[in-house]
Design a protein around this ligand. Structure first.
Ligand SMILES: [Fe+2]
Length: 203
């Protein structure tokens, strides 16, 4: 499996390349910025982009969908509730086959209703649900702290060894693990739902 984290744009975003060595097929996750750079990286590795996968519909994650799909004919994958133009709507538990690489969809609403995390080969792409040392905000349109509480608890059911790859470079390092976040992320401290909702309202 080929896996690359690519810092892009002016909002500390990360895009990701998930590729399959044997079929030379790739998925681009959240290609919103520097599309030329992302496509060049793929072609340098001999990869054909077959899928665009959006963790969620905010513009800093989907802004390059159209350009990538025009240049590669890649299919756009997003949660069934996402307002973006998509070819393959997905739901919780679905899998996307990038060549021989399987990507599992985990629906994690809270930051916005259509948010999904992607699990592949021991790596969890967390978009704007979970950052290194932080969680995503819930005060934007469609945000919901109660849903975020459930989504974070869903991710915390995963094994400590699972690697965490966020949608923004907001933390002390660019990736971590579920175990690291469980120990060090102040937003994941044990709280009741009511305490968490209150916590998210604090500045
Ligand atoms: Fe977002």
């Amino acid at each position: 499996m080929i896996f690359r984290q690519v810092p892009v744009g002016s909002f500390q975003n990360f895009s990701y390349i998930i590729g399959d060595d044997s079929t030379k097929t790739a998925a681009l996750v959240d290609p919103a910025w520097e599309v030329g750079k992302l496509l060049r990286l793929c072609s340098d590795m001999g990869l054909t982009v077959s899928f665009i996968i959006n963790t969620h519909s905010h513009s800093d994650h989907v802004g390059g969908n159209e350009e990538v799909s025009q240049r590669t004919k890649a299919k756009i994958v997003a949660h069934v509730s996402s307002p973006v133009d998509k070819d393959l709507p997905v739901r919780d538990g679905d899998t996307i086959n990038v060549g021989n690489v399987t990507v599992k969809v985990i629906h994690t609403p809270g930051h916005c209703p259509d948010h999904i995390c992607l699990l592949t080969d021991g790596k969890l792409l967390t978009g704007d649900t979970l950052f290194v040392g932080e969680c995503g905000r819930t005060d934007l349109l469609g945000g919901n702290s109660s849903e975020m509480y459930d989504s974070l608890n869903k991710l915390l059911k995963l094994d400590d060894s699972i690697e965490v790859y966020p949608g923004h470079d907001y933390g002390p390092k660019q990736s971590s693990t579920i175990g690291y976040e469980r120990q060090n992320n102040y937003t994941l401290k044990k709280r009741t739902r009511e305490q968490f909702i209150q916590f998210m309202q604090e500045p």
